[in-house]
Design a protein around this ligand. Structure first.
Ligand code: TYD
Length: 213
């Protein structure tokens, strides 16, 4: 049977990752793979309810981190693990790196506590941690991201944060990449959309070449 694949997409708000998730979905569908597209926080009815709360209600930083991981646990158990067991390709718009970047980097919440929650929530029966095998990090200067967002929709709790918050989120992503370089691919999201798309295609193709027996 074909092995399941878990790929996540990350970056500060305004980095433009969402367009490219569709692109990667097409890439895999063209090769006949079943693709599950999902997002965090969210991805199950309960997790989407938690998303509404966490993106719009002010709350204590630990409460915020716990709700992110509670939503993630449901998403893993109900959607991600079954899809991977079927051999599907799971493409997730944000995963745990976003918690380290936003709650850890942006909010300054304790990195080690997040690591404990990660171990608790993502533990597999064999003791290993469930992680995306490949993470595309769309990296962009927060000032450019803010300009791109200014013309977009009504901002949520995170999108309305100032540029220095996003500088700290960006630093959080960089720290995560340093800790787990084997699964991170940094994409320069300041380029024109077509060039970013070409980089995405190349990263995914290279990764598949290295990881397909
Ligand atoms: P986002 O994924 O950007 O969705 P949309 O494009 O629909 O706005 O929004 C999710 C927001 O939640 C984003 O600002 C990042 C934040 N977030 C966290 O703070 N921690 C997390 O663990 C996750 C998954 C998201």
């Amino acid at each position: 049977m074909t092995r399941g694949l878990f790929i996540s997409f990350e970056g500060i708000d305004g980095a433009g990752k969402s367009t490219h998730i569709e692109r990667v979905a097409h890439l895999f569908q063209q090769t006949g793979r079943a693709v599950v597209l999902s997002r965090e926080p969210g991805g199950t009815p309960l997790s989407e309810k938690l998303r509404e709360l966490v993106l719009h209600e002010p709350m204590d930083p630990l409460t915020e981190a716990l709700l992110m991981f509670a939503a993630r646990r449901e998403h893993l158990v109900q959607v991600i693990e079954p899809a991977l067991a079927r051999g599907d390709v799971v493409l997730c718009d944000r995963f745990t790196d976003a918690t380290f970047a936003y709650q850890g980097g942006g909010r300054g919440f304790d990195w080690q506590v997040l690591a404990q929650l990660e171990r608790m929530v993502q533990a597999q029966p064999d003791g290993t941690l469930r992680q995306p095998e490949l993470t595309l990090w769309f990296d962009l200067d927060p000032h450019i991201a803010a300009q791109r967002l200014a013309s977009a929709r009504v901002p949520d709790k995170f999108e309305s944060q100032p540029a220095d918050f996003f500088a700290a989120v960006r630093a959080g992503y960089a720290r995560r990449q340093n800790e787990m370089p084997h699964r991170f691919a940094r994409i320069d999201a300041a380029q024109a959309m077509d060039a970013v798309g070409a980089d995405v295609d190349r990263v995914v193709a290279d990764w598949l070449k290295r990881n397909t027996p």
